[in-house]
Design a protein around this ligand. Sequence first.
Ligand SMILES: Nc1ncnc2c1ncn2[C@@H]1O[C@H](COP(=O)(O)OP(=O)(O)OP(=O)(O)O)[C@@H](O)[C@H]1O
Ligand SMILES: [Mg+2]
Length: 846
Amino acid sequence: MIEQSSPAKALAATFWQMPKDDLYRALDSGPDGLSHIEADRRLAIVGANRVDASQGRSALRKLGQRLWNPLIAMLLAAALVSGLSGDIGSFAIIATVLSLSITLDIVQEHRAELTAEALRESVAIQADVVRDGKDATISVTALVPGDVVKLRIGDLIPADGIVLDAQDLQVNEALMTGEPFPAFKTDGPCSASLPADATNALFAGTSTVGGSGRMLVVTTGGRTRFGAIASAMAANAPPTALEQGVRRLGFLILRLTLFLTLFVLMAHLVAQHNAMESFLFAVALAVGLTPELLPMVMTVTLARGALRMAKRKVIVKRLSAIHDLGAMDTLCVDKTGTLTEARITLEAHVDPQDRTCDRVLSLARLNSTFQAGVRSPLDDAILSANHNGLDGWVRLAEVPFDFERRRLSVLAQRNGEHTLIAKGAPESVLSRCVAVEIDGLAHPLDSAWQQKMADIQARYARDGFRLLAVAIRSIPAGQQTISVSDETNLTMIGFCVFADPPKQDAASAIEALGSLGVTMRILSGDHGAVVAHVAQSVGLRSDRIVTGAQISELTDAALIARVDDIDLFARIDPDQKRRIIAALRHRNHVVGFMGDGVNDAPALHAAHVGISVTGATEVARAAADMILLAPDLSVLAAGVREGRRTFANILKYVRMGTSSNFGNMLSMALASVVLPFLPLLPLQILLNNLIYDLSEIGIPFDDVDREDIARPESWDMASILRFTIIMGMVSSLFDAITFAVLLKLFDADAALFQTGWFVESIATQILVIFVIRSRKWPWRANRPHNILIATSFGALLAGVALALGPWRAAFGFTALSPGLLAMIVAIAAAYLVSATIAKRLAISDR
Ligand SMILES: Nc1ncnc2c1ncn2[C@@H]1O[C@H](COP(=O)(O)OP(=O)(O)OP(=O)(O)O)[C@@H](O)[C@H]1O
Ligand SMILES: [Mg+2]
């Protein structure tokens, strides 16, 4: 029976040295894996198979985070002190108001996150396991030690374990070894002491790039050897565009808050107000200025965006990617399957004289059939071409494909003759050739033949056809394996010619993106002429093109200097894709990358928004932020609009928070200096803040103007500051008018002043959303959403009722005369009109 505490601990760290049967015994498992019941039992003991425990953030934990907010903590402490000194009532009310607003915040955010989580689950990485002796597909997070897992090409290794059986299983272990070349894995114990040398062990965080097999899971989750590194690397992703924006906004608000609260505190002390009361007041003021609802508003807005995208068959894995998609101004794509149909067809197979030649096809077929790596659409095309069987050929070995070499060789034998068959990118294969074969006779590959080959390539490329070259070499009969060094002295047999037509909707999708201000770049491993041809046929510029060879000559700095002037990148390898993305980011572009292959994973990770498709390899899907469920490019433009809509609504909240709030606080700061009493009691400030927060719940639902989604938006701090100052001053002006009316016309005492101003400030603060929500004149703007109307007027009513109802004395309010009420209504109306005019100045048109 497995140890209760930790099944994995019982095993040595070098578990791969143990014979298979000993491992079965130690894990109480067997070739048929576990039963569902036993697996569930183990899952309960060892926990989910994930490294990052914070994934399942509980509501309780969020509460803790909210209370740790220094301002809230300070306020609670201060209220407690005043409670201890006798004022129990105000302590109770402050505590209630705070807990109400925190609860509201947490509940909203939690619900939004559940929505997002459900969407994410629908594209979660799955594992094929054997349970109860039958095949089953489960989430990788449900894997436990003792499970038997089937592995296919492009899968992420889900946990640490050993190989049970393997057919040419190749694994990319770059994470642990730094080696880009695949490592072959076989079963059977291994005496190596280092994981990198363990030929029978598989480690979480690495991935399969060829072959297939089954593994026995030994350790899961945080106990895996490199899982922690892998997830740290994932967590180390460059900051998202949203994070960058919010961070800068945070600093802006922090500075405003510090300035205002310090100013008020000093003024109070100079005026010799009650120190405790002044302190409470200053803190309440700071709380009022903090956009404490910003995380909630963002989460709710983004989750709503995610739901709408899901209807269009786009699953968002990382919520903030929606915002980043809206901010994106550059979209990089790979070519095959993204811009072109995923189905490639074989159009011709020709010898070095460009005459149809069956030998080329036979050899290409042998190569495609015998290779065990990631099967590319090119292999599929070769294999689906009509042709007879393998004619007695037997596979011996292979040198797998990699994206730097761009070719792959197999070693096959027939009748005791061993032959190496290579196929790959023409320039890569030809550089290894010394002869060409015509009608069964070999001729030296001299410059005349070189020229001929180049002409053939150029001619096909001009018409948009892709070529693979096929070459062979006979190998001494005793030799059972081959390596890269055997790929020399080849004889060129001919070319396979493929058609890879652009997608029907590619041109219109690119045009739609272009009209939204998103420029497109192609990052392809294919030949320059083919890339240029595809670019032309989908309506992209095709003259500004560079190749991977040129890029490898450039330092990062030189690449950054040039990258803006290049549209097409051809013959580039996976790391160059990543470098190009990084260079574009450096140029302050918000960059999206769309791709589906093993070779696209680094770029997907480096981009602000990584986009992949359902049929993509697991590594690509794991690295992506969103997954397209349908191969339909037009959803991209829709996604961009959705992202901008989300941003526009977040910006509404930010503008509300920074301007009308700032204005109110500014007036309060000024008033508190001139008045002999507090302009609002700390409790009233908090109430005001709570009601205002309630009114904003509707913002995520609101519609936006067409102009707001026409261009990529960015977090432009200068424009936010400008808006804040202009709108804040307008609001303060009307506050000042209110003060004058209250003090001069109505001769207000403390309670009357506070009540009057509370009502005025609630009304102006809440209603101004209908001004701020659009940059246009109100009659031109789109209609506000019903939910926004409901929350705004609901909150307004609640605020007015609180101040005027029979319970008003409990909050320090007093009755208002009808004359004063009418004055307040008039002032609020005048303010809204002025704000409408001022916003035309405040929102600069770009
Ligand atoms: N299975 C294969 N056998 C031989 N050569 C291959 C194979 N797959 C790819 N190649 C060669 O490697 C080159 C780069 O591969 P591939 O086209 O998949 O790269 P990519 O960056 O994903 O490009 P794309 O933009 O077309 O998706 C191909 O143009 C082809 O010449
Ligand atoms: Mg590709």
